[in-house]
Design a protein around this ligand. Structure first.
Ligand SMILES: Cc1ncc(COP(=O)(O)O)c(C=O)c1O
Length: 379
């Protein structure tokens, strides 16, 4: 029997995996305190930047002896800056289970050309993090945004490692518990779980990472935009809001607004609970429909932000075309925007479930997914 067109649509059909939905109460008018047209080096600008750092520390529970800096070029800028500044002192283990991790592998192997071993897993799977050599530096992505596979926890990372761990946590921060004692470098951008604006990256350094920066100089030149030390000392100002170059104070205000909202929903715990509730709604849907499944094979590694799904119906002959058609139907109906799988990932859907997404919107969207599937498979 054909499925009826659902009667209601999600109030907000934005399920993109980046930039992600704004916090539900977002309104441009609420950013009117942004010091626009003022210098970011003026007291007002510096205070805003410092507040962004302090609020980040507070909500994420970053230890007091870790440094937090706002850096250029979003997560990519932060992670590149870390790799180019820190790697090369010892061998590296490069870990990838989807395209963003693979991008960092390319950087290290083909650009930096340092002594590196690569560990990869197919989309849907994860690398055995316990089998790595942590006397080397280890670079990995906490949550694979394009496969929906995440680290279940940091237990595999030894506390007494000799190398550094460099973690791209852009689609994990503010949605997952990050074990700070296991992470020497952590990066993310504002445009993911908190629904901030793109452009700026966050770089979090453990004391051991700072020690490396102050005692090791890479063999290659570093552009100004990557430089974290001067005369063998950390440039402390970067970690107090004296950014390397000019930030957007509008983006900063927007981030401060998002942090305020994060606090209002219960801080990190509340944010995680919201992402978990969104993912649970999808899990129920998957359990009730035998034509769809998670791309992540092990439930313990299933992401609660970038939830990746695959179609499993035998009648589908052209998987990519089918998945694209479903995403188009959902967008045309204004039921779900930007939910096609990432271009390099297996065919399917990717539904952002981070904290800024309302569970009621996921629940209102899922009947449209069932409807779109029915129309497409029978059409
Ligand atoms: C895991 C991961 N790393 C890096 C990036 C790149 O982030 P940005 O565009 O903020 O530099 C993304 C963006 O989706 C991501 O998901």
């Amino acid at each position: 029997m054909a499925i009826e067109q659902p009667a209601t649509r999600p109030a907000n059909p934005r399920f993109s995996s980046g930039p992600c939905a704004k916090p539900p109460i977002h309104d441009l008018a609420k950013l009117s305190d942004a010091p626009l047209g003022r210098s970011h080096r003026a007291a007002v600008g510096k205070a805003k930047l410092l507040a962004a750092i302090q609020e980040t520390r507070d909500i994420l529970g970053v230890p007091a002896d870790y440094k937090i800096g706002i850096v250029p070029a979003s997560d990519t800028g932060a992670f590149e800056m870390a790799m180019w500044s820190l790697l090369g002192e010892r061998p590296a283990q490069m870990v990838a289970w989807e395209s963003f991790g693979a991008g960092w592998v390319t950087d290290v192997v083909k650009q930096l050309k340092i002594d590196a071993t690569t560990h990869t897993a197919d989309y849907g799977k994860i690398v055995d993090m316990g089998a790595l050599n942590y006397d080397s530096d280890v670079c990995f992505t906490w949550n694979g945004t394009t496969s929906g596979v995440r680290m279940p926890n940091g237990d595999a990372i030894p506390a007494d490692r000799k190398g550094l761990t460099l973690c791209d946590a852009t689609s994990a921060a503010f949605a997952m518990d990050l074990p700070w004692d296991k992470l020497d470098v952590t990066t993310f951008s504002w445009q993911k779980v908190l629904g901030g604006e793109a452009a700026h990256g966050m770089l979090i350094l453990s004391p051991r990472a700072v020690e490396r920066l102050e005692n090791y100089t890479p063999a290659w030149p570093l552009p100004k935009i990557f430089r974290l030390t001067k005369g063998g000392k950390l440039i402390e100002g970067i970690f107090k809001g004296e950014t390397i170059n000019t930030p957007s104070m509008l983006a900063v205000e927007d981030y401060l607004f998002a942090l305020d909202w994060a606090r209002s929903v219960g801080g990190l715990k509340g944010l995680i609970a919201r992402a978990d509730a969104n993912t649970a709604a999808i899990t129920t849907f998957v359990e009730n429909n035998d034509w769809i499944d998670f791309l992540a094979t092990d439930p313990a590694t299933r992401s609660n932000t970038s939830v990746c799904l695959k179609f499993t119906d035998d009648r589908i002959t052209d998987g990519p075309a089918f998945a694209k058609a479903i995403a188009k139907r959902l967008a045309d109906e204004n039921a779900a925007l930007d939910v096609g799988a990432y271009r390099d990932a297996p065919a399917g859907l990717r539904i952002w479930c981070g904290a800024t997404v309302e569970t009621a919107d996921i629940e209102a969207m899922l009947p449209w997914l069932a409807y779109a599937f029915d129309q497409e498979i029978n059409g």
